[in-house]
Design a protein around this ligand. Structure first.
Ligand code: ADP
Ligand code: GN1
Ligand code: MG
Length: 361
C-alpha cells in the first residue's frame, strides 16, 4: 500500500462505538487495501476490518456493495438462532449515512466488517483436514446461496472466468509486449500457447448458472483456531452468477500443493493426492445434493483449467508491466505464473486417478 489514508477519519464515518485506537495494513490479498482497526469499547479493545475497494479492478463499487449486502443478509438470515452466527458469515457495519459503504473526498469506496475472531486464513495448505474444511465451507456457501431471491446479482467483473477471453488478452499482451518482457517469459508463453484448446471446454458444456464465489482460494475462508472448522467464507467481491466448477477448481489450485502461490523452488509445487481426496470429500459433503452429473464430471477438469487460467492472468499481468495484481518484488507475477503452470502439469499427470476418485465418492 503506497498511499497513506487518514484511517481515523475514515473509521469515524462508520457506526462503530468507542474510541479509535489505531489501524494498520492487514492480510495478504492481492486486490483490496485491507486494514485492521482497533477501537476501545468500554476498556475492551475490539477489532474491525476496513477495506478500500480497488477501483482499478472493480469499476462499479456501488453495484458490488449491493451484491455484498444481499449476500451477507441472505446468509445471516439462515444463521439466525445459531449461537455463533456472527462468526459464520461476514457482517457489514453501516456507514453513518446508513449506507453499506462510505465514499471519501478522493472518490475511494470504503466498507467495514466485524472482525471474525479466533479464526484465521492460511496462504498455503498444511493438512488434508484443512483442505477438507475449506472445501466444505465453500460448498456450503454455494448451497446457502442457491435460493437467493431474484434479481440476478450484478457481474462485478464481466467475463471473470471466461477463459477464452483471458487467453485472448494474453495473446494481445504477447503481441504488444508493452513492458519488453516477452523474451524473459519464453518458456511460460510456449506452455500457455500449447494449451489453448482447453480454454473453451467448461463454457461449452452447457452447465447451469448458479451463484458462485469465484475466488475460492484458501485464504478466502477462515478456519476456527480451536476446532479447525471452516467457519466463514470471506472476500465476497466476486460473488456473482457463475458455474459451480469454477469454485471447486480454485480450491484445487490453492489447497492441493504445499507451496505458496509465489514459491520460487518449483520442486515444492505439486498436486498432492491426499489433499485432493480430502477436498473432494469436503466439497461433496455440502455440494453433492445440488450438483448435476455434468457438473460433477467436470470437477477435476476445472481444477486444471482454473489453475491454468490464473496462471495466464499472472503471465498477462507480468507482460503488461504489473498493473493488476499487487506485487512485492521484481518478477513476482512471473514467479506466480510458474507455480501455476507447474501445478497444471502435476494435475495433468494425475488427472485420470483424480477423476476415478470423484466417480467413486
Ligand atoms: P482481498 O480481496 O485483497 O484478497 P480479503 O477480503 O480477502 O481482500 O481480505 C484480506 C485478508 O484480510 C483475508 O485473507 C483475511 O486474512 C483478512 N480478513 C478479511 N476479512 C476479515 C474479517 N471479517 N475478519 C478477520 N479477518 C479478515
Ligand atoms: C485475487 O483478492 P484475492 O487476493 O483473494 C484475484 C483472484 C485470483 C487471486 C490469485 C478480483 O484474489 O481472481 O485468483 O488473486 N481476485 C480478483 O491469487 O482478480
Ligand atoms: Mg482475498
Amino acid at each position: 500500500m503506497n498511499v497513506r489514508y487518514d484511517m481515523r477519519s475514515i473509521a469515524s464515518q462508520f457506526q462503530i462505538y468507542g474510541e479509535f485506537i489505531n489501524a494498520g495494513p492487514y492480510g495478504s490479498g492481492h486486490i483490496n487495501d485491507t486494514y485492521c482497526a482497533i477501537f476501545n469499547q468500554g476498556g475492551t479493545p475490539v477489532r474491525y476490518i476496513l477495506q478500500r475497494i480497488n477501483q482499478n479492478v472493480f469499476k462499479t463499487p456501488v453495484a458490488l456493495m449491493e451484491n455484498v449486502e444481499r449476500v451477507t443478509t441472505h446468509i445471516s438470515k439462515k444463521g439466525a438462532g445459531h449461537p455463533d452466527f456472527s462468526r459464520c458469515g461476514l457482517t457489514l457495519i453501516p456507514a453513518r449515512n446508513g449506507r453499506a459503504w462510505h465514499c471519501d473526498e478522493g472518490g475511494n469506496y470504503w466498507r467495514t466488517y466485524i472482525f471474525v475472531e479466533n479464526a484465521r486464513t492460511y496462504d498455503a495448505v498444511e493438512s488434508p483436514q484443512q483442505a477438507f474444511q475449506a472445501a466444505r465451507a465453500f460448498g456450503r456457501f454455494q448451497k446457502l446461496l442457491a435460493d437467493l431471491p431474484a434479481p440476478r446479482l450484478h457481474d462485478t467483473i464481466p467475463g471473470f472466468h471466461h477463459t477464452p477471453q483471458r487467453f485472448a488478452k494474453l495473446e494481445a499482451a504477447i503481441a504488444a509486449d508493452p513492458a519488453n518482457r516477452a523474451l524473459l517469459a519464453k518458456p511460460e508463453i510456449e506452455f500457455a500457447l500449447n494449451r489453448k484448446a482447453m480454454t473453451g471446454v467448461l463454457l461449452a458444456a452447457g452447465l447451469p448458472e448458479r451463484v458462485t464465489h469465484n475466488d475460492t482460494k484458501l485464504n478466502n475462508v477462515m478456519l476456527d483456531d480451536k476446532t479447525g472448522e471452516g467457519i466463514c467464507v470471506i472476500d465476497l467481491d466476486t460473488v456473482m452468477p457463475g458455474l459451480a466448477p469454477y469454485d471447486f477448481g480454485d480450491i484445487v489450485r490453492t489447497s492441493t500443493s504445499p507451496a505458496k502461490e509465489d514459491e520460487r523452488d518449483l520442486s515444492k509445487v505439486q498436486m498432492q493426492f491426499p489433499m485432493f481426496e480430502a477436498l473432494a470429500r469436503g466439497y461433496l459433503a455440502t455440494a453433492a445434493e445440488f450438483l448435476t452429473k455434468a457438473e460433477r464430471q467436470l470437477l477435476v477438469f476445472s481444477g486444471k483449467l482454473i489453475t491454468f487460467e490464473i496462471g495466464i492472468r499472472f503471465l498477462t499481468d507480468y507482460l503488461e508491466g504489473d498493473t493488476y495484481f499487487k506485487v512485492h518484488r521484481e518478477g513476482h507475477n512471473l514467479d506466480r505464473c510458474r507455480t501455476q503452470f507447474k501445478l497444471v502439469e502435476s494435475i495433468e499427470q494425475q488427472e485420470d486417478t483424480m477423476k476415478k476418485l470423484v466417480e467413486k465418492l
